[in-house]
Write a protein that binds this ligand. Structure first.
Ligand SMILES: CCCCCCCCCCCCCC(=O)SCCNC(=O)CCNC(=O)[C@H](O)C(C)(C)COP(=O)(O)OP(=O)(O)OC[C@H]1O[C@@H](n2cnc3c(N)ncnc32)[C@H](O)[C@@H]1OP(=O)(O)O
Length: 214
């Protein structure tokens, strides 16, 4: 894979016109500090998931979280206006739902990135929840499906094979390749690895949307 430098401008430059304007509309509305706020929420989720606090701390934390919620509530907007998840130039996309995807290199049909799952995405036994792995793959394969200026697509199916346990709090490698193109149908394959060990792999079918499809 050819190394492509990945800075903000470069990443947005490869987006199709739809994704470019979708991301730029969100960026225009974004107050300075938005990314710090969502990063703070992400660490809060991880810290809360891993903590066993005493009653007084539970009470105080609940009050503080409720204060933050009440502070934000008057600024609620429709789904089409929200910023959360639309910052395509950022590894987190300005959201905390799926884990970050730090893109190292990309081509029209390949992506090399790293990710990391925190305590928020833990299942049991101190390893990553399988659903969180599927979530990460949906994002990574979805982004790769729409690289190279291709029209936007949507996941029709996603199959995940869990090959070995996925550790928490480690930087893991993500590789995705577009393996087959058949009209509107795009098949993508991805792997999630810890060093040389494959933790999971996924195959996804993405369908290019027709102009009238939302
Ligand atoms: C750099 C880029 C950045 C981008 C960032 C993005 C944000 C981040 C990424 C976030 C990513 C998150 C992404 C998400 O989470 S997307 C959210 C989860 N996905 C959905 O909700 C999708 C729901 N389904 C649909 O909307 C429709 O079914 C779609 C649009 C998918 C197809 O309905 P449509 O009416 O348009 O097409 P069609 O039914 O005529 O089918 C067309 C062809 O496809 C074949 N087919 C269909 N389904 C399947 C199947 N399951 N297995 C095997 N084959 C299947 C079908 O047989 C036919 O083949 P053929 O007969 O022509 O040979």
């Amino acid at each position: 894979m050819t190394r492509v430098s990945v800075d903000d401008d470069n990443r947005i430059a490869v987006l199709s016109p739809h994704w470019k304007s979708w991301a730029e509309a969100a960026i225009r509305q974004m107050a300075p500090g938005w990314q710090d706020m969502t990063a703070s929420l992400g660490s809060l989720q991880d810290t809360l998931a891993g903590a066993v606090p005493p009653e007084d701390v539970v009470e105080e934390a609940t009050v503080l979280m409720e204060r933050a919620r009440a502070l934000l509530e008057p600024y609620e907007v429709s789904g089409s206006e929200q910023i959360f998840g639309r910052l395509l130039t950022s590894a987190t996309r300005g959201q905390t739902f799926s884990p970050p995807l730090w893109v190292d290199r990309y081509e029209d049909d390949e992506l090399a990135a790293t990710t990391r799952f925190g305590r928020f995405h833990a299942g049991n036994n101190g390893v990553v929840h399988g659903g969180a792995i599927a979530l990460m793959f949906d994002d990574a394969l979805g982004v790769t499906s729409d690289l190279g200026g291709r029209e936007r697509s949507r996941t029709a199916s996603l199959k995940v094979d869990f090959r070995s346990l996925t550790p928490l709090d480690r930087v893991l490698e993500v590789r995705v390749r577009l393996t087959h193109l058949d009209g509107r149908k795009r098949t993508l394959h991805g792997t999630l690895s810890d060093g040389g060990r494959v933790c999971a792999e996924a195959t996804g079918l993405f369908i290019e949307l027709r102009p009238e499809q939302q």
